[in-house]
Design a protein around this ligand. Structure first.
Ligand SMILES: Nc1ncnc2c1ncn2[C@@H]1O[C@H](COP(=O)(O)OP(=O)(O)OP(=O)(O)O)[C@@H](O)[C@H]1O
Ligand SMILES: [Mg+2]
Length: 436
């Protein structure tokens, strides 16, 4: 039933877009200008992702087979498919209202936006609470095999890998152009470059028997962990499990009591944190920790202080291409950035150190809904470029969904490890961390 997980994930994205549009509608009603570039990016995203891919996928596979297996499902499916048709028409209507809005009639646009969002949310709720449970009930094993193989077909032109990259780019545009209150608020969208992922390499990091304490309290109790080159590894676990302590012990800012850390073929257990950074362990810390009074550009330079000077301008441009808002605001104090922009700065600063291993500590924490997905898109883009990443996240479901492997931490020790997919389906994990 991977298909249902994928559908639910897409629903979450639509929901985030809906919340954002509602907020933007409020702001327009309160006198904010209608930004044409933002709206065009939203329309394009909806058209390409919702109408062209998401609805089509449901109609052609899930709904078709549900009709076949259960006569009672017909009226429900009829209504949902009618929603799909109406949504396309509604999009055209919104575009027309948007064209009128430039002539001064903005209330019709905001009304149309709110109506669209209301219907979208109702539709998602119906699918989640009625259609998906019914599908679980009536579809047979062979149906799921057919649906899942289609949903997971990486070469499919409508929703395979290449299409996913295109959708992420479209989403990135929406986030960049969204007003600062809900997105990044840039005026040039930049690129979220993503090549195809390279295969896994040799072991880059090997941790054995790692201990670390705060006074007499042992926060890490002798844990073992391994990360291969090119891998994305998720660290999940409840508050206080030790995720942050583990990442800080790896980067060397937190002293270790016992154990060994081997990185890139060398024992770095006794190596200072600045030397670890020079060797390529770069961290985006919990709570971002950007230097508020310093300019954005100086914050980025700080991330490169272990690097040879001549490569810095080029790296700076790469970070700016990824996060155009940082370029626009480069001379301003970092403290003036919104939460989402600060998170991008914290990631950008870590990238300036040319990481061989990137440590991300709760990058989605405390962000507006639209930006939560954007952070995961950024991680996906970095992963696709071949970056090795350890991602600590309270958002366990999303982190495990994109990770190759995951470790589950509980009170300073690893209690479970496996592929991201296996952990998502693990009963223990679902009960403890996914709230299911
Ligand atoms: N500065 C500190 N002084 C004393 N104890 C600390 C300190 N920081 C963390 N701890 C303790 O160490 C343990 C691990 O905390 P840690 O912050 O590493 O967990 P975490 O998994 O990152 O949690 P969260 O999800 O809240 O970020 C907890 O019991 C915590 O209370
Ligand atoms: Mg933490």
């Amino acid at each position: 039933m991977e298909a249902l997980r994928i559908i639910s994930e897409e629903h979450q994205n639509f929901w985030r877009i809906a919340i954002t549009l509602e907020q933007v509608a409020d702001e327009i009603d309160a006198g904010a200008p209608v930004d044409p570039v933002f709206f065009q990016s939203v329309f394009e995203y909806i058209e390409q992702f919702a109408d062209y891919a998401h609805h089509l996928k449901e109609d052609d596979y899930l709904f078709r087979l549900m009709r076949l297996r259960s006569a009672e499902s017909a009226s429900l499916i009829d209504a949902l498919q009618e929603d799909h048709r109406q949504a396309s028409l509604h999009l055209e209507a919104m575009k027309a209202e948007f064209a009128n809005a430039s002539a001064g009639n903005q209330s019709a646009l905001t009304e149309s936006l709110r109506d669209y969002c209301r219907r979208l949310k109702t539709h998602i709720q119906t699918e989640e609470t009625k259609a998906m449970p019914l599908a679980r009930q009536v579809l047979l094993e062979q149906d799921w095999a057919e649906i899942d193989s289609k949903f997971l077909d990486n070469r499919d032109p409508v929703f395979g890998d290449q299409a996913q990259i295109r959708f992420r780019q479209l989403y990135h545009r929406v986030v960049s152009f969204a007003p600062e209150s809900v997105g990044l608020g840039a005026h040039s969208s930049g690129v979220l470059q993503a090549n195809t992922a390279p295969g896994m390499g040799d072991v880059l990091l090997k941790v054995t028997g790692l201990e670390s304490s705060y006074g007499r309290i042992k926060a890490l109790k002798g844990l073992n962990l391994e990360v291969r080159r090119g891998e994305t590894v998720a660290l999940v676990g409840a508050n206080g499990a030790g995720k942050t302590t583990l990442l800080r012990t790896l980067s060397g800012v937190q002293p270790m009591g016992a154990g060994q850390i081997v990185f890139d073929g060398a024992d770095i257990s006794r190596v200072r944190s600045d030397q670890r950074m020079r060797r390529g362990i770069c961290q985006s810390p919990e709570g971002r920790q950007v230097f508020g009074p310093l300019s954005i550009e100086d914050n980025l330079y700080l991330g490169a202080y272990t690097q040879p000077k001549h490569q810095v301008p080029e790296d700076l441009e790469k970070v700016y291409a990824m996060f155009p808002i940082l370029k626009e605001k480069r001379k301003l104090p970092a403290g003036t950035l919104s939460g989402g922009q600060q998170q991008m700065l914290a990631i950008g600063r870590a990238l300036m150190g040319r990481p061989k291993l990137l440590l991300l500590d709760e990058p989605s924490m405390g962000l507006a809904p639209l930006l939560v997905q954007e952070v995961f898109n950024v991680v996906k883009a970095l992963k696709a470029q071949g970056m090795t990443i350890i991602l600590a996240e309270q958002n366990a479901f999303a982190a495990l969904a994109l990770a190759d492997r995951g470790y589950v931490l509980e009170t300073g020790d690893i209690i479970l490890t496996g592929s991201g997919k296996d952990l998502i389906h693990n009963e223990q994990v679902r009960a403890a961390y996914l709230g299911m």
